[in-house]
Design a protein around this ligand. Structure first.
Ligand code: ADP
Length: 599
């Protein structure tokens, strides 16, 4: 995008364009729009409601309006802006709470004079007057290309914001200086190859529907550490991966997503509350600003951007909120950060697509969703990835995308779940039966999967333990065996089982209750480092290995296990959140000795 385009992104003059013919909910049809372009931002009526052209036929435009359209009618004017729907990218994004179209909620409230948001309010996404200390890292005469870092700004106490040459720009640095600047003041001049001059500010705009460019994608080989035992050990997601959390109402999607946002080892978090009930978003909005980041000891908001778009806001804004969030996330990825984006819930976005498509009178696909549901979903998740960013320093950043899906009745065969499953490689299947039994997180260990797990073998062997992968597989196999054995028990009773089978049931029970069960509301239990996850799980599989030897001895009495001292001790070990690898090892040795003495 050229600099002149950037400047027009917040125009002062709106050009009268066409006249409204028809209004149906969030969709407005206007004619006299032959000069307009597809996806151009428009202001509807003299109330200047924000809208976007989503279809153009000759001089008739279909406009999706991001605000309530009551009271708007035929004859009202539509103003053109000449720009596409874009986000402002500059220091000041972090700690912000936005609505779906990047208006800071606090500023809208100030402009409205009360907490009831009026229509047509315009508010800058970042503070345009605030002075930031810009530290130049290149000097006059240097040659820079798109993506190169020109300088840095300490955006919050934990994050350094890199000011990058906008995509499509580059040349010789003609002027640059360290100093205090607002985001709209010039910080550098570049002389382009054709001798024209580009004026660079700290503010860039980027169209939300277009993925930001990168040098190339890199194979994801490192897991995102979330502290969730079920996630990290059994169903890990890659830094730069795409994952989905489908689950019926009340199964724990929001709690799981919020847990990841709080504890994962991404440096930047973008949390999109898309069409969820207002009270759930209120929880996020009131809770997040008080949370302390366990990795830095600083408030979590210093590395977070919240986008709040609740179910009572106009449906069209749901789509905008998803794209706005992912574009901001890509921008920080381009600086070389690991970014994690959570969208809760993408089903609400799909419903908005369905509503707009219906009003456009498009041919409906399955269950009334538009035929392009799959391609839109894929385009969104494909923006995840580990990338080598533009620029000559070879920065690598990642964007992990985790989307919640709320299938009605938990039925995964419905179109939104299916479209999501096709493009995400980690699948945390939340199970209402488990939630009902208060087994949390209710991630079903039999139906969930992670296609990334094989990529992490090397990482685990190096960073955790050489046998981590093996332990993990043993544990997963035990859980599968357990489900088959429980079928048999249901049919013919426990007596029919051999001691070996009973041991499988016992150990699988430990895996479920002592390892997979994790209370998100207990601050100590909510986060388990990978090393401790390994220590705990190995202590359980160690029990199985040692037990296998003794249970097959003639006349072995299974009830011997019940009185084991080390089994009681295991509960203490589990709650010892500062246990070291040596603590686990010494426990495992004692347990082995005690078990072999049983027979
Ligand atoms: P959903 O978003 O799927 O509708 P929520 O995330 O709001 O469901 O979870 C519903 C309830 O389940 C929560 O209010 C909480 O009581 C409980 N819950 C979910 N996950 C956990 C967890 N990991 N630990 C403890 N309680 C949980």
């Amino acid at each position: 995008m050229t600099n002149s385009q950037q400047k027009t992104a917040t125009p002062n003059t709106d050009i009268p364009g066409g006249v409204i013919q028809r209004v149906t909910g969030p969709l407005v049809r206007a004619n006299g729009m032959s000069q307009a372009k597809l996806y151009e931002v428009v202001k509807v009526s003299d109330e200047k409601l924000l809208g976007e052209i989503i279809e153009l036929h000759g001089d008739e435009a279909a406009i999706q309006v991001y605000e309530e359209t009551a009271g708007i009618g035929p004859g009202d004017v539509v103003y053109r802006t000449g720009r596409t729907m874009s986000v402002a990218l500059a220091p000041g994004l972090l700690t912000s709470i936005y609505d779906g179209v990047q208006r800071p909620l606090q500023k809208i409230e100030e402009a409205a004079g009360n907490c009831f948001i009026k229509r047509g309010i315009e508010a800058d996404a970042v503070d345009m007057s605030k002075k930031w200390k810009f530290n130049a890292v290149v000097k006059v005469g240097d040659i820079v290309v798109e993506g190169d870092v020109l300088g840095e700004v300490q955006e919050t106490s934990v994050i350094v914001h890199k000011i990058m040459v906008p995509p499509g720009e580059g040349g010789k640095v003609a002027s640059i200086q360290t100093g205090d600047f607002s985001v709209t003041e010039e910080i550098a001049k570049l002389t382009r190859a054709d001798d024209s001059v580009a004026s660079i500010t700290m503010l860039q705009y980027w169209p939300i529907r277009k993925a930001r460019p990168k040098a190339r994608k890199i194979f994801p080989s490192e897991p995102l550490r979330t502290g969730g035992r079920s996630i990290d050990t059994f169903f890990p997601i890659a830094k730069g991966g795409a994952g989905s959390i489908p689950g019926p109402f009340g199964a724990g999607k929001t709690v799981t997503q919020q847990g990841i946002a709080k504890y994962c080892d991404a440096e930047i978090i973008v949390y999109i509350g898309c069409g969820e009930r207002g009270n759930e978003m209120t929880e996020v909005l009131t809770e997040f600003p008080h949370l302390i980041d366990p990795n830095t000891g600083e408030p979590l908001m210093k590395r977070t951007i919240l986008i709040a778009n609740t179910s009572n806001m106009p449906v069209a804004a749901r789509e905008a909120s998803v794209y706005t969030g992912i574009t901001i996330a890509e921008y920080y990825r381009d600086m070389g950060y690991n970014v994690a984006l959570m969208a809760d819930s993408t089903s609400r976005w799909a419903e908005a697509m369905r509503e707009i498509s219906g009003r456009l009178e498009e041919m409906p696909g399955e269950e009334g969703y538009p035929a392009y549901l799959s391609s839109r979903t894929a385009e969104f998740y494909e923006r995840a990835g580990v990338v080598k960013a533009l620029g000559s320093d070879g920065r690598v950043g990642s964007l992990t995308v985790i989307g919640a899906v709320s299938p009605p009745g938990g039925d995964l065969s419905e179109p939104v779940s299916q479209a999501t499953l096709r493009v995400t490689k980690t699948f945390w299947s939340l199970d209402s039966d488990l939630a009902y039994k208060k087994h949390f997180p209710s991630i079903n260990w039999l139906t969930s999967y992670s296609l990334y797990a094989p990529n992490f073998e090397e990482f685990w062997a190096k960073e955790v333990a050489p046998d981590f992968s093996e332990i993990r597989k043993i544990a997963m196999t035990l859980l599968e065996k357990e489900s088959k054995l429980l079928e048999i028990v249901r049919l013919v009773g426990m007596e029919s089982l051999s001691n070996s089978d009973r041991l499988v049931l016992k150990v699988a029970g430990m895996i479920r209750e002592d390892f997979l069960f994790q209370d998100a509301f207990d601050p100590e239990d909510a986060y388990t480092p990978l090393q401790n996850q390994y220590g705990l799980l190995k202590s359980i599989t160690n029990f199985y290995e040692a037990g296998q030897v003794v249970v097959t001895k003639p006349d072995f009495d299974f009830s011997n296990f019940a009185n084991m001292k080390t089994l009681a001790e295991f509960q203490n070990l589990k709650e010892n959140y500062t246990a070291t690898p040596e603590d686990y090892q010494s426990y495992q040795e004692r347990a082995r000795l005690e078990i072999s003495a049983l027979a």
